[in-house]
Design a protein. Structure first.
Length: 252
């Protein structure tokens, strides 16, 4: 059974077909990258998958179950989780408090006044912080974290929902090379029970992590295949660089 199957997904904005009849299959345990030039439709496709945006046509299946008509919250309950882009919304809370809130919301619905339950939530939050490499940063207020650390925290928040499918939209955006390397290590170490679909501009990170790649161009799938097929594709090179340009796009 596939982890995620999209069939004929489309979404227009006015006359613009941002996502235009996309078929996408993500196998269980995959580290599947979605790449393509700016404006290709990657973020729109993500939003159709997570349900934060309604598709005009097509179908989304999560582990064989049709979720097309389900809300984003319902899809999340079924195991689909995405990185939240605005961890800083939690204002002056610490990293650990922020994760504890996500754990409590997912596991119990609200923060419990019972000390034992509070301890369990806090222990799970500490575990998640350790998993994303923030074990020593739990007491730091979110606004005081570095950009890279906030991105790591977003992954911890997504993992708090115990997802089977984790969606990351440009997790390395704005990261320094060192932060990016830390993120790669963290994503590489995630258990294989979690399938990962990620959009990323940093092609080094894409080819270090991905075992399958889908290239979007003008809202359509240009190519879907193994990283080596994508690297050597003339069509992909042209989509990125324009026809006739000869630069080396993917370094070995
Ligand atoms: P990518 O993530 O690949 O850069 P997007 O999915 O963000 O591309 O955008 C695809 C196209 O759809 C772009 O031309 C973008 O301007 C357009 N678009 C995205 N969201 C909206 C929206 N809410 N309203 C109008 N146009 C949009
Ligand atoms: Mg985008």
């Amino acid at each position: 059974m596939t982890a995620l199957r999209c069939t004929g997904l489309s979404r227009s904005f006015g006359a613009l077909r941002a996502v235009d009849g996309v078929d996408l299959t993500v196998e269980p345990g995959a580290r599947h990258a979605l790449i393509g030039p700016n404006g290709a439709g990657k973020s729109t496709l993500f939003r159709l998958v997570t349900g934060t945006l309604k598709a005009h046509t097509g179908r989304v299946e999560l582990a064989g179950r049709d979720v097309t008509r389900l809300s984003d919250v319902a899809r999340c309950r079924l195991g689909m989780s995405q990185t939240m882009q605005h961890a800083s919304l939690f204002g002056s809370m610490t990293a650990a408090e922020t994760v504890a809130l996500a754990v409590a919301r997912h596991d119990g619905g609200r923060i419990s006044p019972l000390p034992r339950r509070r301890c369990a939530v806090r222990a799970r939050a500490d575990e998640l912080l350790a998993e994303v490499g923030l074990a020593d940063r739990g007491d730091v207020p979110v606004p005081a974290l570095s950009h890279g650390e906030r991105k790591q925290l977003e992954v911890a928040l997504a993992l708090a929902c115990r997802p089977s499918l984790l969606l990351l939209d440009e997790p390395a955006a704005g990261m320094s090379p060192a932060e990016s390397a830390r993120l790669l290590a963290l994503l590489t170490a995630l258990p294989k029970e979690i399938t990962v679909l990620f959009v990323e501009h940093d092609l080094d990170l894409v080819f270090s992590l991905a075992d399958s790649v889908t290239v979007l161009h003008l809202g359509r799938v240009l190519l879907s295949g193994k990283p080596d097929e994508v690297r050597s594709s003339e069509a992909v090179r042209e989509a990125y660089l324009g026809a006739g340009r000869r630069e080396e796009l993917f370094l070995p």
